[in-house]
Write a protein that binds this ligand. Structure first.
Ligand code: 13P
Length: 254
């Protein structure tokens, strides 16, 4: 299965800076690597149009993700952005349920599920994030918590509606901390989630990817990305540095 590397730029870069970073990334990629690995950037809403224009003009094989989508389809919801608006901008992916949104914007399992439905209805691939806090890990109940997150996010999805889904394991204690989950920890969680979703009506082995996120850097990417069960990475801080991001991409053995 083709691996995927997603750069989550979070709340960084205005659209001019985003264009600069994206162009540098494009020039830094060697040897048709973009044909062998899906490379995705997730800028702020304000930069989506600028980057889409570059992708289209230069016919690039790089993909756009948004960092969020509305749980509503349209109407009187000031400040929201819909899946219809995103698909018109050729946005291929959307991050949903990131722990930063659950924590700071009080996103609930229910709203995350609505967002996932809105995305699949427009053929945008959801990147569904889940992961435990350090307290949950230490309590030993983290797998139950994670399964509940995945179950709620995917409620009501059916194979005939869903194209691709990316599941992103992002332990909260590893995000922006420099601390990475061990390969063993990642494999345990991913295997458990995989086992859980195998019986679900949306399950389609060829269309489901598992990625890891949490302090991914060139120092740890080789081990994580070359494991069979992990299909890629969701990269935060290191995606804002083109040299580091490219090193992460290039650590995948092709
Ligand atoms: P860092 O790579 O900065 O730890 O962020 C991970 C993340 O939250 C990606 O969505």
């Amino acid at each position: 299965m083709k691996k995927i590397i997603i750069g989550n730029w979070k709340l960084n870069l205005d659209h001019l800076e985003a264009i600069q970073l994206f162009q540098k990334l494009n020039y830094s990629l060697n040897n048709d690597v973009d044909k062998k690995i899906d490379i995705v950037v997730a800028p702020s809403f304000t930069s989506l149009r600028s980057i889409q224009t570059i992708i289209e003009a230069d016919k690039l094989n790089l993909f756009l993700s948004s960092q969020n989508v509305s749980e509503f389809v349209e109407g009187a919801y000031t400040g929201e952005v819909s899946s219809e608006q995103l698909i018109k901008l050729k946005v291929s992916y959307c991050i949903v349920g990131h722990s930063e949104r659950r924590e700071h914007f009080k996103e609930t399992d229910e709203s995350i599920n609505l967002k996932v439905h809105n995305l699949v209805n427009k053929k945008i691939t959801p990147i569904i994030c889940f992961g435990e806090s350090i307290e949950q890990r230490n309590s030993g109940k983290y797998l139950d918590y994670i399964i509940k997150q995945v179950d709620s996010a995917t409620k009501g999805l059916r194979k005939d509606k869903v194209d691709e889904i990316v599941f992103a394991y992002e332990p909260i204690w590893a995000i922006g901390t420099g601390e990475t989950a061990s390969l063993q920890d990642i494999i345990e969680v991913v295997s458990e989630v995989k086992k859980f979703i195998e019986s679900k009506p949306f399950y389609n082995e060829e269309k489901i990817k598992f990625v890891y996120g949490g302090s991914v850097s060139p120092n740890n990417s080789e081990e994580i990305l070359n494991s069979n069960i992990i299909n890629g990475a969701l990269v935060g801080g290191a995606s804002l540095d083109v040299d580091q991001f490219v090193k992460i991409i290039e650590s995948i053995e092709l």
